[in-house]
Design a protein around this ligand. Structure first.
Ligand SMILES: Nc1ncnc2c1ncn2[C@@H]1O[C@H](COP(=O)(O)OP(=O)(O)OP(=O)(O)O)[C@@H](O)[C@H]1O
Length: 617
């Protein structure tokens, strides 16, 4: 070997994708990226196809296109090409736990033994991509190419268009709306008389004078209360008779929104406010926009056929993908007011985009953050704040101090020992016994209360720190406690998670219930203790046992006590957003099980989702 010879290549010339789902054969420049598990063969297949349709044979462009496809799988809307060698060494962030409904992804980490990857030289690579017949270069590039270069980012063109759409809407909606200022002030004083509710008062003022408002805050900070009262205020200062739409990305969240907003409206102190606001209905964003048969990306209401509403309020916006946000904003009349509500610090949507967080960062005005926790104890609130602020020192300090509401089982190794999970075991056994005993006795309310008393949350779906493993363990504990596992399909006491929206029963994806004995055999109880309803098992939509769930799945729900078992510090799923979301699922008490390294890694690592919102075109 001479000095001028290239270093030996450890990559095979052609590989089969080690992720078993779609074993296409990949060769050439992209093979080592598949061998190293940076790309799947599906990324390569789609990326190459898109490029070749335009006659592009340059493998460097195929690589860039495959990375743009991969980016979507990881929740980003584009890839920052120059950063790719540094940012894609780990498998996509969401490919395990974060995609519970989109099928299995790769669960193994990138294989570091496969040698350095043959990244193209940066400047030549960028030049090849920008000059490619498959790529529209810049905002004025040809409109009919599948890929778009913008700034330093490569997009699949459709996502670039969605981003432009959202950006244009933000600009178009940035002009103030004129309202009678003294009337507004008296509405604010009437609806939020207490001086300490200044943020909520500010939210009402902002929503009254803006066409786009973002209302963000953690659980229990009064978002729903504010939504109800700001609707009442708008009916006063801009109404009466405003057409108001309430919506949320999931059916479950929409149902909850309708219930809590109407409860709050009924509780308004002044008759005129109650009368003007009336009773509101809520739906999913998809249903509001009007689904079209056979299409999940086009709706009946769009820029050419706008929604009739004057005010559109959308809750749980952290779960909105970029494409859905683009479709929503273009469908709202330019004069109408949009109020986007959610917790920007939570895990973002399973699909591409972290649009709520991006909007909070990008909007020059119109963002109101609620910070006072009405429901949360001070300990939980302080812990959630330390995590949200990225302060790992303080997080460790608060966890270590512990208290009524906070417990840390600091494990020594990545896999907790039996004694380290003893407290979880005790909780699972105690709530399991209560659940099964009540369910067997036909006491649905007590069973539902037990179901909400404690929940075990995990980051991953599979592996030693995954839901599959922990569900088995938890089910065993409960079985030991209650006389063994039953062979029946619906044994009383089995907790169930509905996995699809089902109109006939009015159940939603994410609803949880419990099998209970009744005079006519078994049925499944759903709803709140004291207000439950029974669904016969033959009418039950697809559902699965739920002894444990992913943190992602837990979004939109709260439980009295939560135990979260953290994966090893090296897990790419372990992020600040994940830990924050897990902690804020607890109403009374959080138990964190994991190493100090894992806690610190979680607090320090933010979910990185590439997007161009708020950045120059
Ligand atoms: N200004 C206020 N004064 C007194 N209580 C309030 C005020 N705002 C909200 N609350 C109370 O605080 C609790 C939480 O409020 P709310 O449900 O509106 O919060 P949220 O942010 O929507 O919570 P989540 O995200 O969990 O739905 C409720 O019991 C509500 O009645």
């Amino acid at each position: 070997m001479t000095d001028t010879e290239p270093p030996p290549v450890t990559h095979p010339a052609a590989v089969l994708d080690p992720s078993p789902d779609v074993p296409w054969r990949v060769d050439g420049l992209l093979a080592p990226f598949v061998a190293a598990r940076v790309l799947t063969s599906a990324d390569v297949h789609v990326g190459r196809r898109v490029a070749r349709l335009c006659g592009e044979e340059d493998e460097r462009v195929h690589l860039a296109a495959a990375l743009a496809v991969r980016a979507l799988r990881a929740g980003s809307v584009c890839v920052v090409l120059a950063d790719a060698p540094a940012t894609v060494v780990e498998p996509a962030e969401d490919e395990d736990a974060a995609s519970p409904d989109v099928g299995p992804g790769v669960t193994v980490p990138a294989d570091p033994t496969s040698g350095p990857l043959p990244w193209p030289e940066a400047a030549a690579w960028t030049a090849a991509v920008r000059a490619s017949p498959a790529v529209a270069d810049g905002p004025d590039g040809p409109p009919d190419r599948p890929l778009r270069w913008s700034g330093d980012r490569l997009y699949l063109d459709r996502y670039w268009r969605d981003e432009v759409q959202v950006r244009e809407q933000v600009v178009d909606r940035s002009r103030d709306v004129a309202v009678d200022a003294s009337r507004l002030e008296s509405a604010v004083d009437r609806l939020f008389p207490r001086a300490q509710d200044e943020r909520q008062r500010a939210a009402v003022r902002t929503a009254a004078t803006s066409r786009l408002t973002v209302l963000t805050g953690g659980p229990g900070t009064g978002k729903t209360t504010t939504v109800a009262r700001l609707v009442a205020a708008l009916q006063d200062v801009a109404g009466p008779g405003l057409r108001v739409a309430l919506a949320a990305p999931t059916g479950k969240a929409a149902a909850r929104l309708q219930e809590s907003v109407n409860d709050e409206l009924r509780a308004l102190a002044h008759d005129e406010d109650r009368e003007r606001a009336g009773e509101l209905r809520s739906s999913t964003v998809h249903r509001l926009l009007g689904t079209r048969p056979g299409s999940s990306t086009r709706f009946r209401h769009d820029a050419g056929h706008r929604l009739p509403h004057d005010v559109v309020v959308v809750d749980e916006c952290s779960m909105m993908s970029l494409p859905l946000m683009a479709r929503l904003l273009e469908a709202v009349r330019p004069q109408a007011r949009v109020v986007l509500v959610g917790d920007a610090h939570q895990l973002a949507s399973v699909e591409a985009g972290a649009v709520l967080g991006d909007l909070v960062a990008a909007l020059p005005r119109g963002v109101v953050e609620l910070t006072h926790e009405h429901r949360f104890g001070a300990e939980l609130a302080a812990l959630a704040r330390a995590v949200k602020d990225g302060d790992d020192e303080r997080t460790v300090e608060l966890l270590r101090a512990g208290g009524e509401a906070v417990e840390w089982v600091e494990t020594t190794g990545d896999r907790p020992t039996a004694s380290e999970v003893a407290a979880i075991e005790a909780d699972v056994r105690a709530t399991g016994r209560l659940l099964v005993t009540a369910a067997r006795a036909g006491d649905a309310d007590t069973a539902l209360a037990a179901l909400g008393a404690h929940r075990l949350l995990l980051a991953h779906r599979r592996g030693p720190a995954g839901v599959a493993h922990w569900s088995e363990v938890a089910e065993d504990w409960v079985a030991q406690e209650t006389g063994g596992r039953s062979a029946a399909r619906f044994p009383p006491g089995r907790p169930l998670l509905v996995t699809t929206n089902d109109r006939p029963t009015g159940l939603y994806n994410g609803d949880t219930g419990v099998v209970v004995s009744t005079a006519d055999g078994v049925a499944v109880a759903f709803g709140a203790p004291g207000a439950h309803r029974l669904v016969p098992t033959y009418r039950l939509p697809p559902a699965q046992s739920v002894h444990a769930m992913t943190v992602h799945r837990g979004q939109g729900s709260q439980f009295a006590r939560v135990s979260v078992v953290l994966p090893p510090a090296s897990s790419p799923l372990l992020t600040r957003e994940l830990l924050y979301t897990a902690i804020t699922r607890a109403r009374e008490r959080i138990r964190v099980v994991g190493t100090q390294d894992a806690v610190r890694a979680a607090v320090r690592r933010r979910v990185q989702r590439a997007s161009g919102l708020g950045r120059p075109l």
